[in-house]
Design a protein around this ligand. Structure first.
Ligand code: F3S
Length: 67
């Protein structure tokens, strides 16, 4: 599973890195990007889904690599 923040859409609401600080980090302006390549470590899946669901701009996409 991987997360990705669309930089064109993110408006810096900050919910993602508040809810999932191990997956997202803010830049100097408060806009978010995924940490590393966005791979969600084991145990962080719920945090990833919560971040996606709580972004008011729908800037975060989730790729589910495992089926
Ligand atoms: Fe940006 Fe959404 Fe997070 S607007 S800072 S990706 S909650």
């Amino acid at each position: 599973m991987r997360v990705h923040v669309d930089q064109e859409i993110c408006q810096g609401h900050g919910r993602c890195y508040s809810l999932a600080p191990e997956l997202f980090e803010p830049d100097d302006l408060g806009n978010s990007s995924e940490i590393g390549d966005g791979t969600v470590p084991p145990g962080q899946e719920d945090a990833a889904r919560r971040a996606v669901a709580n972004c008011p701009e729908y800037a975060i996409t989730l790729e589910d690599g495992e089926r």
